[in-house]
Design a protein around this ligand. Structure first.
Ligand SMILES: *Cc1c(COP(=O)(O)O)cnc(C)c1O
Length: 224
């Protein structure tokens, strides 16, 4: 297998995204690319930033904070996308711009209470566990309306939309998540975010309406 550089892999992913937008008859740049940098080094993040990438997704809090400290001199936007534990919410609230993995009200309440006053409200996606998912995280579709209502009331959060992490190949989850967002938009018209699609399945996610795709290995190569 030929070895590609970071710049080549990044360009290839951007081309896949632009092509998926065209095939779905969506306007250019309506899908944003979140570079998932878990288990990648701070220097890889710095190199990707130099190529124009600003948004990075991390799953593990201690690892993320260590890299954030090394990268304080550049302007990055950080997204927490991993399983969230209640004893970690204060650090997440203080160090991230987005959280994609909120699935319980208690987590949202803590994030809102702990969001530092000098920072903008924290952007939130509710993670939904649709049929066939491997991940145990995520609220059930039944619990979603009540959770969305409660989270939308919290002062230091800005509810933006929904996230899902389907089992490989279960692309029908993308249409289900898009339907759930449409339903919620009837009550909360400002919701604008569908976080879905990864290295292997960004095309069907874009076709179904993704606004963030979360891509790790296709950009950075295999994780350590
Ligand atoms: C690791 C991870 C990704 C990226 O997966 P790749 O297959 O490496 O693109 C996306 N979303 C979440 C929640 C992840 O944990």
């Amino acid at each position: 297998m030929p070895e590609f550089s970071l710049a080549e892999r990044y360009e290839a992913v951007r081309q896949r995204l632009r092509r998926a937008e065209r095939l779905a008859a969506r306007a250019e740049d309506t899908v944003s690319l979140l570079a998932v940098s878990k288990r990648q080094s701070a220097s890889q993040i710095r190199a990707l930033h130099a190529l124009g990438q600003r948004d990075f997704g991390e799953n593990y809090l201690q690892e993320a904070v260590a890299k954030q400290n090394e990268l304080k001199d550049i302007d990055l936007s950080w997204h927490f996308i991993g399983p969230l534990q209640r004893n970690k919410t204060a650090e997440v609230a203080a160090n991230f711009d987005w959280v994609h993995s909120v699935d319980r009200l208690v987590l949202a309440e803590r994030l809102s209470n702990q969001r530092p006053k000098h920072m903008l409200p924290l952007n939130i996606c509710l993670q939904v566990n649709l049929e066939g998912e491997t991940s145990k995280s995520g609220c059930t579709p039944d619990a979603l309306p009540e959770l969305a209502h409660a989270v939308s009331q919290l002062p230091r959060l800005r509810l933006r939309g929904l996230m899902t992490l389907p089992a490989p190949g279960s692309v029908s989850a993308f249409a289900q998540l898009a339907d759930s967002l449409k339903y919620l938009q009837g009550y909360y018209p400002h919701l604008d975010t569908l976080s879905m699609g990864m290295s292997a399945d960004l095309e069907p996610a874009v076709a179904a309406g993704a606004t963030w795709v979360r891509v790790g290995t296709a950009i950075f190569g295999h994780r350590n």
